[in-house]
Structure formats: C-alpha cells, structure tokens
Write a protein that binds this ligand. Structure first.
Ligand code: ADP
Ligand code: NA
Length: 346
C-alpha cells in the first residue's frame, strides 16, 4: 500500500472544550495509533486562520502555547507525528498566494461558510445591503489558505469535521487546476487530490442550550467543559446541565436533546454505542445518569489534564517541540515549493 500523508489543523483559540476533544483531538490520537509506519502525520496549530476574526495579541500568544501543550497532553507524540505552528512555515503563505491567483472568485462565493458570514452581515431590512465593514478579505479567502496548508505537504488524507467537507472539494479543485495549468509532459502532476476522511462524528451540544453545539464562543462558561476543568467543576457543570422532565432515560435527540447529549458524552467517554448505553439507563433518573456522566468525563480528562499542568510551563520543551516540528514540516513543504516554483516560472 502506498504511504498516506495525513494533514489536519486546529485554531489556537484557547483551552479546548470537551466537544473539540471528542470531535477532533481524540481522532488525531486514534489516527496516530492506526497509522502505518511509513505514513506521514502532520498536525498544525493554524494561527493564521485565527486572524480572520479579531484576536487580542496577548490572548492569541498564550492560546498558541496552550494548544500545543494540550495536543501533546492528549497523546500526540512529537517523535511520531509532525506537530507545528502553521505560522512557523512561510511556505503556507507562499503557496496560498499562488493558489489565490488560480482561484475563481465564484468558487469562493459558493462556500457555505462564506454565505453564512455574508448573511450575518446583511442588514435586516434589505436583501442585498451587506455591511462590508464586518467582513475582511481573509474570511473570503481562508479556504485557499486551507488548500495551501494541505497541498504544501502533498497530503493525501484530510481528517476534519463534516462542516469542512465542501472545503476539501475546493482543495481538490485547486490541486486539479494547478496540475492542469502547469502540466509538464513526462512528469507526474505536482499535487495528489486529497481525500476527505470521515471522522466518527460526535457532535457535543451545549450543556445549557442543547439546541446549539458546545462552543467556546458561548458567553455562558457553564455550557462547556474545558480540558483543564477540575473534577468538582466537571461535576457541577454536568449536574446543572439542561435536560427535561420526562420519566426515565431514552436516546431521542429530537425531542430530548439535553438528555441525549449526556448519553452521547457518556458513550463517547467510555467508547460505547449510544443506543446500548441508553438501554442501561432506561429505568433510571437524570440524577443517576448525570453522576455517571461526570465520573466518565473525569476519567477521560484526568490524565491529559495532569499532563497539561505538567508541561504547560515547560517553555523550553514546548519551544523545542515547535521548532523541531516546523523544521520537519519545512523539509516536506520545501520540496513541494521547489517543484511549484519551477513549474510556474519563478
Ligand atoms: P468552537 O466551535 O468551539 O469555536 P472550533 O470551530 O474551533 O470550535 O472547532 C475546532 C474543532 O473541534 C473542529 O474540528 C470542530 O469540528 C470540532 N468541534 C468544535 N465544537 C464541537 C462540538 N461541540 N462537538 C464536536 N466537535 C466539535
Ligand atoms: Na467555531
């Protein structure tokens, strides 16, 4: 079997919550475990993407360090996987510019992430009156930066959330446009067309408003569990989670979103099937379920939390990991860029 080059990224936007962990970070660790020895795994903290929204410089700096420490604490091994800060490797921005110049505007306008930004900035009273001061060009072109993130390593597999599927299609389109525009007879195309890797999707909902997902952007901090929360914080947040007043426990995401969310969390934490877990609680009450959920979350988070506390302030170690990761990443991207520059005449 030919080797896989796997790329995935996460924005440095504070301490991750349980949703980020179950929906993204834990999959990275699983991939690392299941990878073949000659597969290349690249995991990037994508600081440039964070700039599409306004960031406080002091918070951004510490969020970058937090994210690096968290990823290590969850089990990414820097001697196996290449873990690095996107902004340490300028090849991403160089390729991004080249791809920008090959990207039809219409393709970017069709991105649903862009359409929802546009809708959010549209004045309520007029269909086509967009307040452009609320939008920056980075929000429009960041899918091209994502394409560069992936293609600069000639990645073949991109494990990301379902919401990113359309962006992977764009990456394939751009790879294909480049390959066709700059084909060199007798030589293989520069970029493989990367495939979207479906990660077992565990969408975790807000503990306070189970109609929305658990998110760092909610102002209510009781709506999410952070990877650094203590056992007693976990317990009190789960105890206060919004459920319903129905008798017994059933898994019914439509009419019982809060209760079902707790079952989803319990199943994910214990690596079980949610309908099987639900059966065990059929005749029990919410108090019982909540207590078990809190225990399971604590069991899941206690090791990474302790590891995070240990390494978060080991500045020299973290810098060393980041520096080595960037230098390994640049070996791959440097080879790609040599070829890219040659093909386009630079
Ligand atoms: P947030 O919504 O908190 O801002 P991000 O958008 O930065 O989180 O997402 C980072 C990663 O975590 C993405 O891969 C995303 O799919 C995943 N993720 C975020 N929130 C959840 C959630 N509630 N449940 C499952 N996965 C999530
Ligand atoms: Na988000």
């Amino acid at each position: 079997p030919s080797k896989h080059v796997i790329f995935s990224g996460i924005q440095p936007t504070g301490i991750p919550h349980l949703g980020n962990y179950l929906g993204a970070l834990s999959n990275w660790v699983k991939l690392q475990k299941s990878a073949e020895p000659d597969d290349v795994l690249l995991f990037s903290i994508v600081g440039w993407h964070a700039l599409t929204l306004s960031q406080d410089p002091v918070s951004l700096r510490s969020a970058r360090d937090d994210m690096l420490a968290v990823i290590l604490a969850t089990g990414i091994d820097p001697t196996r996987s290449i873990l690095f800060h996107q902004d340490h490797n300028l090849h991403h921005t160089e390729l991004c510019w080249i791809l920008n110049c090959l990207t039809p505007m219409g393709k970017l306008r069709r991105m649903t992430t862009w359409k929802s930004r546009l809708a959010a900035s549209r004045n309520a009273n007029s269909e086509d009156d967009v307040d452009e001061s609320l939008l920056n060009a980075g929000l429009f072109t960041y899918p091209v930066l994502q394409a560069a993130d992936v293609l600069v390593y000639r990645a073949t597999h991109v494990p990301v959330g379902e919401d990113q599927r359309q962006h992977i299609e764009l990456i394939r389109d751009l790879a294909d446009i480049f390959n066709r525009t700059f084909k060199n007879h007798g030589k293989p195309p520069v970029f493989p067309l990367p495939v979207y890797v479906d990660t077992p999707s565990k969408r975790i909902l807000s503990l306070k408003d189970p109609s929305s997902k658990m998110s760092k952007s909610s102002p209510d901090t009781a709506s999410r569990i952070l990877l650094t929360d203590t056992a007693s914080q976990i317990k009190s947040k789960i105890r206060a989670a919004v459920t319903d007043s129905m008798q017994g426990i059933t898994y019914d995401p439509v009419s019982r979103p809060g209760t079902s969310n707790l079952l989803t969390i319990l199943a994910a934490c214990t690596d079980n099937n949610v309908t099987e877990v639900a059966k065990l609680y059929a005749n029990k009450g919410h108090g019982h379920l909540k207590s078990d959920v809190a225990d399971a979350v604590e069991e899941l988070l206690k090791a990474p939390r302790a590891e995070f506390e240990k390494i978060r302030h080991e500045k020299a170690f973290l810098e060393d990991v980041a520096r080595k990761g960037a230098s390994q990443a640049m070996q791959y991207s440097g080879a790609t860029m040599d070829e890219v520059r040659k093909r386009i005449g630079l």
